[in-house]
Design a protein around this ligand. Structure first.
Ligand code: FAD
Length: 469
């Protein structure tokens, strides 16, 4: 039973602000609520918080940061908003898009300056995929684990009470939709009830809930063998509670896909291998897409190929860009990277028709020389042709993270379908509707963490204010 009436004899414990889910959104909300002077209890179902945040590459997009200004990058909320609307063909919710555009830079600067989160700009980021300027902020190690660890440390320093092994399985509410508390099931199966003045839902999206995916994300109809590669705890509970309390949902068919998940290893292949001149072929040895047009939509492009797989082909120069990353080291040690001195030998190692692959190879050389037009519209000129020792990794398409969720206002407060606010419910990260419009192709790189920390911060500020009032 996900919702219940407030217990008549009260709760085991009362706290001003309860936050459910200790990923980027929940931790950021907790930091902001502590900054606002509230007592905060952060409840996380896993013993060791990981979430999709730890699985990610740790990049967050944000506009108008001090890092951008130092580098002379001309960016602001209007430009970011315009990029969101262009990428989503106007389908992103304008209010949420505007809120994220206006607050993302503030959130990054605040995390860096007030809470020592080691964001920096990724200068090497070559592809913007809809960002008209470089607004990629990431960790020195380029890992979500580093970001997650830094947020957890900051939360401890700020006095956030983080309880792990604490699965929230019930929300208590009054008939007017006011959330009054939650029930927590601990790892040893004991239960506790906790009352609150404000409740922040940061349980991410619903990627691990296959029924919800089936009901909401129709584009997998043509490619039903997708891999879900987000956190297994993201079962959409926060979104469901929000709806049961009377909240509205939006953009439920939107998701972040990725066409470069090593198959069958389930490890990310860093896309710099492709962006800088690598390419992808299917098991017939043929290219099938503009690999750099849409990093998220490439998931469906790959899944639509025979066997739902492709091979990313690159060389030593592109390998050098990524080989120090932990995930690439894992791929190499597991034997996922096939290497050869000639295209013909590489085709043998990929077990694909050599004739077709050699034709593709020759065509890519012509494209790089500007002597032919790519049928998929990719511009290879300006990239050195692949040469020297060659490499290939087999990949498939994956669902990383759902993008639809609860509709929120400028303070990340959850809205009813008529636009009025639920009394004390807030949402951020994958639990809130994102800025990706509909389907797979509205996702701007690093929008997942960008919105998680931006809406998380706003939810924390609003929840602390409400609890104080
Ligand atoms: C492989 C991968 C790479 C990615 N790379 C990037 C990237 O580089 N940049 C980017 O912007 N985005 C990226 N994303 C997306 C990004 O990770 C997410 O958008 C972001 O982590 C969402 O943060 P969150 O706090 O909403 O969710 P999460 O980090 O998933 O946190 C949600 C937490 O809630 C907990 N929880 C769920 N239900 C309950 C419950 N009932 N009770 C208690 N706890 C609960 C979960 O255990 C989890 O710890 C990537 C995603 C994946 C999978």
């Amino acid at each position: 039973m996900p919702l219940a009436q407030t217990p008549q004899d009260g709760f085991d414990l009362d706290v001003a602000v309860v936050i459910v889910g200790a990923g980027a959104a929940g931790l950021t909300a907790a930091l902001a609520a502590r900054d606002g002077g509230a007592d905060v209890l952060l409840l996380e179902r896993d013993e060791n918080p990981r979430g999709s945040t730890s699985m990610s590459q740790g990049y967050a997009c944000a506009a108008g940061t001090k890092f951008q200004k130092e580098r002379g990058i001309d960016d602001d909320a209007d430009r970011f908003y315009a990029d969101i609307m262009a990428r989503t063909k106007g389908k992103a919710d304008p209010r949420i898009a505007r809120t994220v555009a206006e607050n993302s830079g503030i959130a990054i600067d605040w995390l860096v300056e007030k809470h020592d989160i080691p964001f920096r700009m990724n200068i090497a980021w070559a592809g913007f995929f809809g960002h008209s300027v470089n607004r990629m902020h990431g960790m020195p190690t380029k890992t979500g684990e580093e970001l997650h660890g830094a947020l957890i440390r900051a939360a401890a320093n700020a006095g956030v009470d983080l309880v792990t092994g604490a699965h929230v399985d019930l929300v208590y509410a009054d008939p007017d939709g006011r959330a009054t508390g939650v029930r927590v099931r601990r790892s040893d199966d004991t239960v506790e009830t906790i009352g609150c003045k404000a409740l922040v839902l940061a349980t991410c999206g619903f990627g691990a809930n296959h029924e919800m995916v089936r009901n909401h994300i129709t584009s997998f109809g043509e490619a039903p063998y997708y891999r879900y590669f987000g956190h297994e705890g993201n079962e959409g509970e926060g979104i469901q509670w929000g709806v049961e309390l009377g909240g509205a949902i939006g953009c439920m068919d939107a998701f972040q896909g990725y066409g470069a998940l090593a198959e069958p290893y389930g490890i990310i292949v860093n896309y710099e291998t492709v962006m800088h001149g690598g390419f992808t072929v299917n098991v017939e040895g043929k290219r099938f897409s503009n690999e750099v047009a849409d990093i998220s939509g490439q998931a469906l492009n790959v899944l639509r190929q025979p066997q739902g797989t492709g091979w990313i082909v690159f060389d030593d120069a592109r390998r050098a860009l990524v080989e120090d990353l932990p995930e690439f080291r894992d791929l190499a040690s597991l034997g996922a990277v096939r290497s050869a001195d000639t295209p013909a030998d590489l085709a043998k190692l990929m077990n694909i028709p050599a004739d077709a692959f050699l034709q593709t190879w020759a065509e890519v050389e012509r494209l790089a020389a500007g002597a032919a037009q790519c049928p998929f519209g990719r511009d290879f000129t300006g990239k050195a042709p692949l040469s020297g020792r060659l490499h290939a990794i087999r990949t498939t398409g994956a669902l990383f993270h759902t993008q639809g969720g609860l509709m929120v206002d400028e303070g990340a407060q959850v809205l009813r379908p008529d636009g009025s606010r639920l009394p004390n419910l807030f949402a951020g990260g994958g639990t809130a509707c994102s800025i990706s419009g509909t389907g797979v192709d509205g996702y701007l790189p690093a929008a997942g963490l960008g919105t998680a920390i931006t809406l998380g911060r706003l939810a924390g500020i609003s929840a602390a204010q409400l609890a104080k009032d």
